[in-house]
Design a protein around this ligand. Structure first.
Ligand code: C2O
Ligand code: CU
Ligand code: CU
Length: 453
């Protein structure tokens, strides 16, 4: 529904049986019963409300990842939308310890001002302690934002603008989703449950289909890559080789394109690339390989160049992305340590030595403030900040890495690394989380609170 107040959508979170593997039925938890959920396309500055109705057997929390969203609609992990028919007991555990929790039964209206540049956002579940299993079962969808500055650039659009949600999953012989499943080679010793590296699957899905094939014109395409995996990192290349020209990142378009032969994506990161299929002969198969994977996880999808085509698109040398920041010497500076910790005999993942509790505030910041944060790690941790966007200033081995361009909301923090980022906090006061987006690390409490004042 569209009216003077903006656009309104309704999404039902429900159990559904879908065919993911040929001939087999898979039960998912889906937004409107599908995986991915419905793609919402919005205009920058035009407010959107989404009424989420929960018909699942568990409480849920909807979060718009990448949205500049008031705290009340940001999907705080204890702001639960109760399960269908629930009496409230299901919400007792995490929410009871949080006096600010907002428990809603049945359905809840989320408001998104979308006062932000064009970009590739996504929405997913964010329930405290259970985000991993809920997203694994299918609670993820795209929310794209467009604006006039992007319209003015002759980028591929329409059928040549493809949002690609990449995720790994595991299936049992009947087609049911298996969670957890883990690659034993990647377990971090000493970490609870043996899932220290997070839960990995051995089937790569793109937009809910295993290793799909897409027929394309011999023309430029915009591929909006999203890593919606719980824990898997990807390094994507084309085979036969071809350029991946990056035009955007988490926070929208870059200021100028960056040409890559390979791109790396940590969980929750988005990378917008243009691929020119006119560089391949007609009839050619172009496979997207994941060089961080092996066997079945080494392949992602395939394009088949089937039609000659005219193409009036271009990737100009200047793109409308907002330039970076140079924080002054008096910008507030903080250090956040993302490490494994044993607290009270329980092994888990922590921020500055403490596991997440809703009441513990790691930083109080002023609205609109620019701060310098140093993030330090023991292991791979994709660090995501709500209520803020940032630029990567440096990594411990030098300057920003090849995939750090542009405005980000998720950083690929690597083992034993320190990264320095310039963070710009949003304009809305309230409590926001920041956390590791390896969803098993997040569920094992690698999360903190920022209060914007
Ligand atoms: Cu993608 Cu805290 O979320
Ligand atoms: Cu987010
Ligand atoms: Cu982590």
């Amino acid at each position: 529904r569209v009216d003077a107040e903006g656009e309104h959508y309704e999404i039902v979170q429900r159990v559904a049986a879908v065919e993911i593997l040929p001939g087999l039925s898979t039960q998912i938890w889906g937004y409107n019963g599908s995986l991915p959920g419905p793609t919402i396309v919005s205009r920058s500055g035009r407010p959107v409300t989404v009424l989420h109705r929960n018909e699942l057997p568990v409480p849920t929390v909807a979060h718009l990842h990448g949205g500049r969203t008031p705290a009340a609609s940001d999907g705080y992990p204890t702001d639960l939308l109760l399960a269908a028919g629930s009496t409230g007991h299901a919400a007792r555990m995490p929410a009871m310890s949080d006096p600010q929790a907002v428990i809603t039964s049945g359905s809840r209206l989320y408001s998104y001002p979308l006062d932000q540049p064009a970009g590739t956002l996504w929405y997913h579940d964010h329930r405290m302690d259970f985000t991993g299993p809920s997203v694994w079962r299918g609670l993820a969808g795209f929310h794209l934002v467009t604006d006039a500055a992007e319209d003015a650039v002759p980028l591929p659009r329409g059928a040549r603008d493809l949002p690609l949600m990449v995720m790994d999953r595991s299936f049992g012989p009947d087609g049911e989703l298996l969670y957890p499943s883990v690659d034993p080679g990647l377990v971090t010793p000493g970490v609870t449950g043996g899932f220290g590296a997070g839960v990995l699957g051995d089937v790569i899905l793109v937009n809910g289909a295993p290793w799909p094939v897409a027929d394309v014109d011999a023309a430029r395409y915009r591929l909006r890559l999203l890593n919606a995996s719980n824990a898997r990192r990807y390094r994507l290349v084309l085979d036969p080789p071809g350029a991946l020209v990056q035009i955007g990142a988490d926070g929208g378009l870059l200021e100028r394109p960056v040409r890559h032969d390979a791109v790396e994506l940590a969980p929750a990161q988005r990378l917008d690339v243009v691929v020119d299929f006119s560089g391949y002969p007609l009839g050619q198969d172009v496979t997207v390989l994941n060089t961080f994977g092996e066997g079945p996880t080494g392949r992602v999808m395939r394009f088949r160049v089937v039609r000659a085509a005219t193409d009036d698109t271009a990737v100009p040398a200047a793109l409308p992305g907002e330039p970076g920041l140079s924080p002054g010497p008096d910008a507030p500076a903080r250090t956040m340590q993302f490490r494994h910790a044993t607290v009270g005999g329980m092994a888990g993942w922590a921020v500055n030595g403490a596991p997440f509790t809703p009441g513990a505030v790691h930083a109080r910041v002023r609205r609109g403030a620019v701060e310098v944060w140093r993030l330090a790690s023991d292991f791979h941790h994709p660090i995501h900040l709500h209520g803020a966007t940032f630029r990567v200033l440096a990594r411990s081995n030098g300057g920003p890495g090849p995939y750090d361009a542009g405005w980000r909301d998720t950083l690929d923090l690597r083992p034993a690394e320190q990264a320095t980022i310039a963070v710009r906090f949003g304009p809305d006061p309230g409590r926001y989380v920041f956390h590791c987006h390896n969803l098993e690390h997040e569920d094992m409490a690698m999360m903190g609170n920022v209060v914007i004042e």
